[in-house]
Ligand binder design. Structure first.
Ligand code: ADP
Ligand code: MG
Length: 724
């Protein structure tokens, strides 16, 4: 093999690099840099062109330049407001210049030889630089006469140390083996890997770093997509699916009883899901769609297909409140579809497991359903509040309960299903990839079908990385008759306008939501804040019926409040974000969000999605005096569009992908080179290439070096892909 493969460099610890001692090794490890490969794939954040060092005598003013010299004096002063000012005078023999910093940690001392980069200006007749980049020159300086890379600090090692480490690591690593065929490089217009790794760090000119970066971005995305393609392949090859019965009574009855026609998108999604369900491999599908696009009905059809085939179905939600809401939502949906089971007598069943001697006995088409979370249990075949946890657990274990709605309590070791055949995982991005798989492990001899449902629209490129191993059904069509919600941003002082609007709409027979300010500290404080707003709105809106809803109410209390609001016995509901998802009140036409700048974009979008669900025009008032640029940007985006996909992209742009990946992509390391918005075209190419490659070589047997690289660089998280 010509050159050293990256997978080999990934086995060489950083302490093998000249100049990296035990302390630096530890610091690097803290930053996730363990091997020489990690080090070489730590790209500079920017470059400074120091190929030209100006004499102070004829340095141009007002441009980015680099100058060098010796420090002749340093003056450190305390300013008002606890600020520090550091002045250093340097000379290169042709003139003097004063450098000034306000960063108290700036290190500089008389006698040092330094290079400074920044803009030179003339101040009171003398040359001055404000807050220049400064580095002390060593004997063999990497700082002058060249384009200097600035690497992000890692574990406390600054740009200078990182630059030196990479400089020392490079010659012992090169030439680096090319892993991609020449044909592919030509076709995709990519430079070779050895050139790319050398030139991303130490390019001759700043322009030469560009093709180098493009190649390494491609490599990173290609590895990720290869892992996803392999996972998908493995799921197809190695799962034993359940063959469901898609012609049964339950689903037919349910769909026939719906008070509306399904949209084309819903019909298409249901057809796609049914095709998966009747196939003999396990389904692995994402159902995505805008708030209000009607995912619940589609999920219900999938769950009922499982039940009518003689299997159990499960719904896993990320929070208790969501699980409760799903439970109530499905319960009502089944009731109106005539699928509610008869209510049994709780007293007679006390402590008695398996109340149905023969679970498959014909009792007419109906669904026995349970809610199981850490704090609550309910079943739809006993009077509300009378089910006991041990019984419910038992009934799930013996198949008495056919549909279970819960939180991650469902994947606890101790919970057994009798014959789980299909699972719907809601808002999957809040779970790790591995929890999906764990839920699947709940069945022994076969693999339950899996439908992942997300109400958060995901930009296409983001979905390609996050859900890249799934089939996707998209509800891209809203139920008819929806009028887009009008969104306005008002100052907090204009609350009077909100009161007026609420009064007007209530006078016209409509209802309003008020969302209390988001409080980070704790649920308790959030409840206090909601309670205060409740009192304020009650006393302001005399004569209106105002209700209060928050997360600390017991499920039965929440249920009662929601029912009163739904039945029109309340005009205004003051709430915390517990109403974010799943609440469906078509008569509500006003959403007032207090301190709206504190909420995230997707949360604002979800909240807004609670109104405009009927045929009347609705308004969302964002009450806020934003104090940050980000806050203002979010409000601006909300006013500008109701398109969830555009908002999701905007969110990514405002927050950056780091935050998004960091919390969600449990299992696959953060992208270091690629920016999935900016690099979207490359991502699409990398995906196409990766999936084509795996299709032709499912085990990567004739691409062993690529396989080794994916494994070495994506770490233990992908090991299972390579187990047979
Ligand atoms: P999502 O979960 O995608 O946000 P829901 O499933 O909660 O949306 O549906 C939103 C609202 O639209 C509900 O009131 C639901 O009853 C209604 N709905 C769903 N599908 C249709 C349809 N095809 N026609 C009319 N209304 C629909
Ligand atoms: Mg919903």
């Amino acid at each position: 093999m010509a050159g050293r493969p990256l997978s080999y460099l990934a086995t060489i610890p950083t302490d093998q690099v000249k100049g990296i001692g035990p302390r630096s090794t530890k610091k690097l490890a803290d930053a996730g840099i363990h091997s020489v490969a990690d080090l070489l794939l730590h790209p500079p954040r920017r470059y400074l062109d120091r190929s030209q060092i100006f004499d102070l005598a004829d340095v141009p003013l007002g441009e980015e330049v680099t100058v060098g010299g010796t420090v002749t004096s340093v003056d450190k002063r305390r300013l008002k407001g606890n600020r520090t000012m550091i002045d250093a005078v340097i000379t290169d023999g042709t003139n003097f210049l004063r450098a000034r910093w306000f960063n108290p940690y700036t290190k500089v001392a008389q006698g040092w030889d330094v290079v400074l980069s920044g803009k030179v200006e003339r101040y009171q007749g003398s040359l001055q630089m404000k807050s220049p980049d400064m580095e002390r020159m060593g004997s063999e300086s990497l700082l002058i006469g060249r384009v200097v890379p600035f690497h992000p600090s890692a574990g406390g090692l600054g740009p200078a140390a990182m630059r030196r480490a990479i400089w020392n690591a490079l010659p012992r690593s090169r030439p680096i083996h090319e892993v991609l065929p020449e044909e592919m490089l030509d076709r995709l217009d990519l430079v070779d890997r050895d050139y790319a790794i050398a030139n991303i760090h130490f390019p001759e000119t700043a322009a030469e770093a560009q093709p180098a970066r493009r190649r390494l971005v491609f490599d990173e995305l290609f590895r990720l997509e290869l892992a996803l393609a392999l996972r998908k392949q493995k799921l197809i090859d190695e799962t034993t699916g359940v063959v469901h019965d898609t012609s049964g009574e339950l689903v037919k009855r349910f769909l026939a009883a719906l008070p509306y026609e399904l949209t084309g998108a819903q019909l298409k999604a249901i057809a796609e899901i049914e095709a998966d369900l009747e196939a003999d491999h396990a389904m692995h599908r994402l159902l995505q769609g805008e708030v209000g696009s009607g995912k619940t009905v589609v999920a219900a059809a999938a769950l009922l297909t499982g039940v009518q085939s003689g299997f159990q179905a499960a719904v896993m939600a990320p929070t208790e409140v969501l699980a409760e809401q799903h439970y109530l939502g499905f319960r009502d949906l089944f009731e109106s579809g005539g699928l509610a089971p008869p209510i049994e007598d709780a007293g007679a069943l006390d402590g008695q497991a398996n109340l149905f001697a023969d679970p498959s006995a014909d009792r007419g088409p109906s669904v026995r359903m349970a809610l199981l979370t850490a704090n609550s249990v309910e079943v739809n075949f006993l009077p509300p509040g009378s089910a006991k946890r041990p019984d419910v657990v038992q009934w799930i274990g013996d198949g008495t309960v056919e549909l279970v709605v819960g939180t991650h309590s469902l994947i606890q070791e101790s919970l057994r299903f009798e014959r789980l055949g299909i699972a719907v995982v809601d808002e999957q991005h809040r779970f790790g990839v591995y929890q999906r798989v764990t839920l699947r492990d709940k069945a022994d001899e076969y693999d339950p079908d899996l439908l992942i449902m997300t109400a958060t629209p995901i930009p296409r490129t983001y979905a390609m990385t996050l859900y890249g191993d799934l089939e996707v059904s998209t509800l891209d069509e809203m139920p008819p008759g929806r009028i887009p919600v009008t969104t306005r941003h008002l100052a907090l002082a204009d609350l009077g306008a909100a009161f007026s609007l609420v009064r007007e709409e209530v006078a016209a027979g409509r209802q309003a939501f008020v969302v209390a300010p988001l409080v980070d500290e704790s649920d308790k404080i959030e409840v206090t804040s909601a309670t205060e707003e409740y009192e304020r709105f009650s006393s302001e809106l005399v004569g209106l019926r105002v209700g209060l809803m928050h997360g600390q109410l017991r499920p039965a209390e929440k249920d009662a409040v929601m029912h009163r609001f739904r039945d029109g016995d309340l005009d205004v509901l003051v709430a915390t974000t517990v109403i974010e998802v799943g609440i469906d009140i078509p008569n509500a036409t006003v959403m007032v969000i207090l301190d709206a700048d504190r909420f995230g974009l997707s949360q604002l979008h979800q909240l807004r999605g609670r109104v405009g669900r009927g045929s009347d025009p609705a308004t969302c008032l964002l009450m806020a005096d934003p104090t940050t640029d980000e806050g203002s940007a979010r409000l601006g985006a909300m006013v500008a569009t109701t398109d969830g996909f555009r908002l999701a992209e905007e969110d990514l742009r405002i927050r950056g992908q780091g935050t998004v990946f960091g919390t969600r992509q449990a299992g696959i390391k953060d992208l270091k080179m690629a920016d999935i918005l900016r690099d979207a075209p490359l991502l699409i190419e990398a995906r196409r290439e990766a999936f084509a490659l795996v299709a032709g070589d499912p085990g990567l047997e004739s691409h062993s070096e690529l396989a080794a690289e994916v494994r070495a660089l994506l770490g233990a998280d992908v090991d299972w892909l390579f187990r047979s």
